[in-house]
Write a protein that binds this ligand. Structure first.
Ligand code: AMP
Length: 192
């Protein structure tokens, strides 16, 4: 599940994962859990996350690799917020290749920037995420454009199926759009 901050990645990924019957593996949620538990990774990640930057690739890759080794991930997972840089994508391709697996679909949620800003500032009042500030969002958008958007080009160049979804509108309708687009797919949906 791919998209800018505020595009509804987390919301849609958890719903789509339930419908596909695969675990929802959300890098941001896993990092927030490390922060809440005060682990070494969490202590290193917190100031970076609060400033809207990216946690170093090697730390995030190790965390995701560990998760993919768990038994429930055997038949595929829905990745949310990972890979977020081209080096992460290349490492993921290698990790999956070693298991005879691959990224089967890239779901790209498309939402105009003004709508992202409105949504994030609204989420700030509801969830109280420490990175949901005007500065945090501005920085996350810069990082998204610079480091994360090229991940989509990486998968396009690799010939993977990119499922572009209009991420504006009713939450149920967006989930339905995603599920419909996945069904029109030749590649096996559950393979990554
Ligand atoms: P998210 O919940 O996906 O918006 O992620 C929240 C924050 O966690 C991001 O702004 C980053 O600081 C960090 N983060 C999440 N996923 C990654 C990743 N794949 N690589 C590096 N940092 C990440």
């Amino acid at each position: 599940m791919f998209g800018p901050p505020g595009s509804g990645k987390g919301t849609q990924a958890s719903r789509v994962a339930v419908q596909l019957g695969v675990p929802h593996v959300a890098a941001g949620d896993m990092l927030r859990s490390e922060v809440a538990r005060g682990t070494a990774l969490g202590r290193e990640a917190k100031p970076i996350m609060d400033s809207g930057g990216l946690v170093p690739d090697d730390l995030v890759v190790r965390m995701i690799d560990g998760r993919l080794n768990e038994p429930d991930a055997r038949l595929g997972v829905l990745l949310d917020g990972f890979p977020r840089t081209v080096p992460q994508a290349i490492t993921l391709d290698k990790m999956l290749g070693g298991r005879k697996e691959m990224v089967a679909n890239v779901i790209s949620l498309e939402v105009p920037e003004q709508e992202l800003k409105t949504r994030i500032l609204k989420r700030a009042t509801i969830e109280g995420r420490s990175d949901d500030t005007a500065e945090g969002l501005a920085q996350r958008l810069v990082v998204y454009r610079q480091d994360t958007a090229p991940v989509l080009e990486h998968y396009r160049a690799e010939g993977r199926r990119i499922v572009a979804i209009d991420g504006v509108g009713d939450i149920d309708a967006i989930t339905e759009r995603i599920m419909k687009s996945l069904q029109h797919n030749d590649a096996p949906v559950g393979s990554a």
